[in-house]
Each structure stands twice: as C-alpha cells, then as structure tokens.
Design a protein around this ligand. Structure first.
Ligand SMILES: *Cc1c(COP(=O)(O)O)cnc(C)c1O
Length: 391
C-alpha cells in the first residue's frame, strides 16, 4: 500500500489567477532551444551592473562579524537614517527614521505583506490594472478581494476614482497606486495625488504608493513623491526599492516610509515572519543611497538613449507608442489585427524579439505590449530593424 500522502493545495493557492506569462516562458524556452538570436525586451531587470562603490562597500561589510548575526526586523538605524537623509535631499520631506521608516527585503516583500496587517476576510483592496501582479495576489492571500481600477489611455493611465462603486468603497481598506507606472510608464502629477488623499481621507482607506521607478526619469523631469503632497502622511505610505535605481535587483533591499501607524502595522507582520535584511546588504544600501549624482545620471542617460532609439524606431514603423517620461518600459499598442498575446507570439516567431503581453498585467492591459529597455542600444536598433522588415 502506498504511504504517500495526498498533497492538497490550500484554497488561497488554488484560487491564484493563472500565470499569464507561462505561454510566453514556453515560447522563450523553445526559441532558445532552436538557437534563435533572441532579443529579450520582456524583463524588468536592469542589465547594467551595480555601481562599483556599492559592491566595494559590500565586500568590506561581509567581513564584519557583527553583521553575521540576526539583524533587527525594522532595519539598522543607520540605514533608516540614510533613507531619511535621502528623502530630505531628494523630496524635501522630513521623516523620523525610528517610526516612519521600515527596511524591506525588496519592496515586493512589503507590498506582499501589507494586506496581512490591514485586510480582514471580505475586505477589499483597490488595485490598478494593468499593474504589478503582486497587489491583487497579496490581497487574496490576506483573505481579501481585489477590486481592479482600470488604467486607460483616455484617463492618462490614472485610475478613475469616480468609477469605483459606492459598495466597493465601503469595503475598501487599502489602495495601491504606482507612479511612475509599470507597465504603462505614465507619471502622476500633484492634482492626482491630491484627489487620492481626499478620497482616502473621506473613505478611511490606507494608500500604498509604489514608487519603485521614482529615480528612472528623463530630461531631468523628476517624479514627485506621494509624501510631498500635504496630507499624504495622514493617509498612507510609500514603497521604495533600491533595485531599479541602483541596479540592485538581486540584493533584495527596499523600504517603506510614511504614516507611523501603517509602518508599525507592517512592521508587526514582519517581526512574525522574517528577520530582516542581511546587515552587510543594509550597509551597501546605505552606500547606495549616498551615490554621487553623476553616477546616477550616467545610468539615466543610458536608458534615455535606449528609450529614444526604441520610441522613435517603433513610431517610424507606424506603431502607436507612449513616450515615457519615466521608467524603463514602453507601452505599445498592438496593431489592429492582433491581441496582446498574438502580437507577442508574432514578434517572437518572425523577429526573435520578445515583449510582454499587456494582458498579463490585467484585462485592461489587453491590446498592448510592454517593451523593457534592459538591453544595449545596439540590440534595440537591431530589434527595430527586424520588426520593420516583418510587420
Ligand atoms: C520591480 C518592481 C517592484 C519590486 O522591486 P523589489 O526588487 O522587490 O524592490 C515593485 N513594484 C514595481 C511596480 C516593480 O516594477
């Protein structure tokens, strides 16, 4: 008789939406197996290495035995102080490093955990769609439900707060927003944030602004922090990541800042689940936050060169493209006879260029594909040439 137990997935895992990139992953593997000269514009992971001074600091920090022990869950005070200093310099916003800053094992970790602190079964989280897939899943894992706020071109890819039904608003405890936006590359202005703050205050909803791309901008048009807007700290927090700004996706370090009570709630969840970030990584993170401006400018210029090459290239071919003011993504309308997945499949098969189907970020992303600027400009030009010949 078999002694093997029957392994049954929990309902929350069974209920997960289908992984919409699975088909693309398969196509990518097939292309690689067939030796296709793949130009992969599907990944939001910088190809540029972490700046040298950060790597050097890490090497030294690793040798310090004090760092070999458990870190504190809320992060070293020196790292949180560096966050507060950076915030003051970059956004002119004051933060108390002891109560208004929390270190995270990448911002994904904080985003994934925050509904556990504030969502009860049956509660609603308002999430942008298309959007980062973690928002709705995190709500689901907490026993809540995600209400999608469509990001449409006619609204400049901002959610239409007036379109949210009153019954949904009543059950909403939490709202995610994300500007500069992945995947649409839209940025938000002061007026939008003011509307969000009024909406949240009126309806008692915690705002979680994901600002992972606040430092990937063009033409010196610096995106705003949500916390720069008066009243923001009364209603919410902002998530930041060192991943995109300093090419540190593999290091796993980010932070949340803002409303003291919301930060404490998230911290409480974290004390019970993780033991913080390796302190050597926090030291390197502190070094990262003090990076000299020219180093960052060089990274931004590189993305700008790539953005211009891809934007002008695709536009010339006749594709409808949003010109990003920030982020390293291009949100491109699929030609009329294609849906998102169909266009991605067509591109891969005919040109070896891989993009991400917009529908993978939520139904309102249907009809679009996302290109990431995470390959050198020479490869981007090659991609444009190939697409030109086959479209
Ligand atoms: C990359 C990304 C993150 C997460 O970054 P971490 O590496 O976990 O800090 C969060 N939000 C968005 C929208 C992203 O694109």
């Amino acid at each position: 008789m078999s002694r093997r137990i029957s392994v049954e997935l929990a309902k929350r895992v069974k209920d997960l939406p289908p992984y919409l990139f699975a088909a693309i992953d398969r196509m990518k593997r097939d292309a690689i197996a067939k030796d296709v000269d793949l130009i992969d514009l599907s990944i939001g992971d910088p190809d540029i290495p972490t700046p040298e001074h950060i790597v050097q600091r890490m090497k030294k920090a690793v040798e310090n035995p004090a760092h070999h022990r458990y870190p504190s869950y809320e992060g070293m005070l020196s790292f949180r102080q560096a966050v507060a200093d950076w915030y003051k310099r970059r956004f002119h916003v004051s933060l108390d490093p002891k109560t208004e800053v929390l270190s995270l094992i990448g911002s994904k970790e904080g985003i994934g955990h925050i509904p556990l602190a504030f969502i009860n079964p049956g509660d609603v989280a308002l999430v942008p769609s298309p959007g980062y897939p973690v928002y709705p899943v995190a709500a689901l894992f907490a026993g809540g439900r995600a209400h999608l706020m469509p990001l449409l071109r006619k609204n400049n890819f901002l959610p239409d707060l007036k379109a949210i039904p009153a019954g949904v608003i009543k059950k909403a405890r939490l709202m995610f927003i994300n500007y500069p936006n992945n995947p649409t590359s839209a940025v938000a202005g002061r007026g939008f944030y003011e509307d969000i703050i009024n909406f949240a205050a009126k309806n008692n909803i915690i705002v979680c602004h994901d600002a992972a791309y606040s430092e990937i901008y063009y033409n010196n048009q610096k995106p705003l922090s949500f916390l720069q807007i008066p009243g923001a700290k009364d209603v919410g927090i902002e998530f930041h990541s060192l991943s995109k700004t300093y090419n540190m996706t593999g290091w796993r370090i980010g932070f949340a800042v803002g409303n003291e009570k919301v930060i404490a709630g998230l911290g409480k969840v974290k004390t019970n689940l993780d033991s913080g970030i390796f302190q050597a990584v926090q030291e390197a993170g502190l070094e990262a936050l003090n990076t000299e401006e020219p180093v960052l400018e060089k990274i931004r210029n590189r993305y700008q060169e790539r953005r211009d090459a891809l934007y002008h290239g695709l536009k010339k071919i006749g594709l409808e493209v949003e010109k990003p003011k920030a982020t390293f993504y291009l949100w491109v309308r699929a030609p009329k006879n294609f849906d998102s997945s169909g266009f991605v499949a067509h591109l891969l098969e005919k040109t070896g260029v891989l993009a991400t189907p917009g529908s993978g970020f939520g139904a309102p992303g249907e009809g679009y594909v996302r290109f990431a600027l995470t390959v050198p400009v020479k490869r981007i030009k090659e991609a444009v040439e190939r697409i030109k010949r086959r479209i």
